[in-house]
Every structure is written in structure tokens, then in C-alpha cells.
Ligand binder design. Sequence first.
Ligand code: MG
Ligand code: ZN
Length: 347
Amino acid sequence: MKNLFRLCCILFSGFIFSQNENPNIIFLIGDGMGLSQISAGMYANGNKTALEDFTTVGLSKTYSSDNLVTDSAASGTAMATGVKTYNGAIGLDPNKNPHISILEICAEKGYKTALLATSSIVHATPASFYAKVPSRKNYEDIALALSKHSVNLFFGGGKKHFEKREDGRDLIDEMDSYDFVKNLRQLEKSTSDKIGYFTYDDEPPRKLDDRTPALDEAVEIALEKLKAHDQPFFMMVEGSQIDWGGHANETDYILSEFKEFDTTLQKVLEFAKKEGNTLVVVTADHETGGFALTQGSIETGAMIGKFNTKGHTATLVPVFSYGPYAALFSGIYENTAIFEKMKSIVK
Ligand code: MG
Ligand code: ZN
């Protein structure tokens, strides 16, 4: 009788699943990636970018609740949870109320979830998807939030915030449901439902200083892992250091970080085209550097830029989309609408 009940459950859930059109969602954020960063990266790379294969383009208004010029915490929170908040806030609105993120909504609907970044995993952008803390600088609290979260796969630096803590706790020890892998081969082999990959103890170095492994290779393997499940998945991938190249006012730094991000986009698009039922959305949280391309050569790919600031700017940023529901992302809208649009397709 018990077995019959179980069989009915399996058949019924199979029926539900076959009716379930929930697409995979791959959300890629180029931190600080404005149009000039994209233009420079494209021209430097033989006048090509994977972004040309996206079918829909929109524009997002990035300002925060307390500043025309957002930071990555407020903008990350806006896109992850749908609320405009103050600069520095992670997952909280201006009244410090916590808000559920699109990753968490997806998890509640049975999605598998993944976060990959070329910064530390506790940095503002990825943190916006799982933590609710008043300041982006509360790295130990953010690490604690991740340690208690249900994220199925994460990849990024910042291991020290988990094991060399002021409270003396060793979160890696406490995260006993996770398989911690140390290289891509181990990532590929792991059969665990929860996988953690700390790429660096602190913030990962620049691509120019040989950061490994390549983001595109990690994403490719992560996609194969997520594909193996019957459930759809939500994955957020951040090209974190395009922003840091902007802060440093270094064109070469921007170009090298964009190139790795662009290669990642290409792999993600290949996956989406092959597998189908996968929405891919690419945007930036804000522009960084007030970067302008003032000289260069299409022939040689040499790019010379000028910068207006060491900080961020308030210019609109582009949103590119591909796959089911991609058309929702055309037009001009608030960055919070990105959350609303994604939420509307997760049934
Ligand atoms: Mg970031
Ligand atoms: Zn920044």
C-alpha cells in the first residue's frame, strides 16, 4: 500500500513536471560594465562580442534609494529582490526589512541554484542573492548567511571569512552538507547536491595576474552539473572585476576582465541554444569610471580610453536577453523590474 502510494506520487509529480514550463534562468552581471566597456571589449576582440547573439536589448535605471549613483550592494539588491535601497545595503530595504531574492524564490519552487563570481563569494553582488545585512562590509555575517543557505553550488574567493573569524567559528566545518572542491576536476567529479568551491582565501587576483580557474570553464562544468537534475535551475554569474578595472582607471584591466566575461557569455549561449528552455539575461549593476573610448583602432584592437571618475556613474546600463521570455526585457525600466520580470516567469 505504501509502495502504491509512492508510485502514485511519482506519477503525479511526473505529470506536474511535464506541465511545468519553468525555464532555467542564467543571470549574468558584468559589474561596472557600461556601454563603453562593452564597446572597448568588442573592438579589442576583433569587433565581436557574444552579446551580438542576444535577441532583445533593454536599458536599466540604476540609481539607489539614497543616491543618484548606486553602489553594487544597492543595485545588486534591486535586481535580486526588487527593492530600491540605500548604498551599502544587502537584501534589506531602506527600513532594514529583509526581502526574498529571486534565487530564493526559485529555490522555493524547486529550482537548483548556483552562484559564481570572480570576486569573493561574500562580495556585494553575489551576497545580494542570499544575505540580508545592513552593510556590505559585514563579511563575517554574510559568510554566516551563506553557510546557512540552500545554494546548491557556489564558486568564488573569500574563504578566510568562513574559517578565520572573530567569533572563532569554522563555518566550513559547520557546512557539513557541502562537498568542498579545490579544482575543476573535483568540481566535475562531485556528485554532491551542495558544492562549494573557494577559489582564493581573499579576493581573487586580476585576470592580468593569472587568476585561475577561468570563469567560463567553471560555468561550463556547473551547467553540466545543473543540467543533470530533473529540476530547472537558477544561476547567477558575475564578472566582478570589470568594475575594479574601472575604479583603477585602467583600460587593459577592463579589457581582460571583459574578455573572460564575454567568453563565458558565449559558452552560456551555446548551452541555451543546445538545451532550449533557458532564459539568459546579461546586464550591469552600474557603469564604473565614466569611461569613454576616445581613440583606438579597429584594425589592431588597440583601445585608448579616458576616465571621468574613480567611482561609479549613474548612466543607464544595457540589458541583453535570449531564450524564452526574452522579449520581456526590451524597453527602459528600473533595475528593480529585472527582479519582477524574472519572478513573473517562475510559476
Ligand atoms: Mg560586484
Ligand atoms: Zn565598484
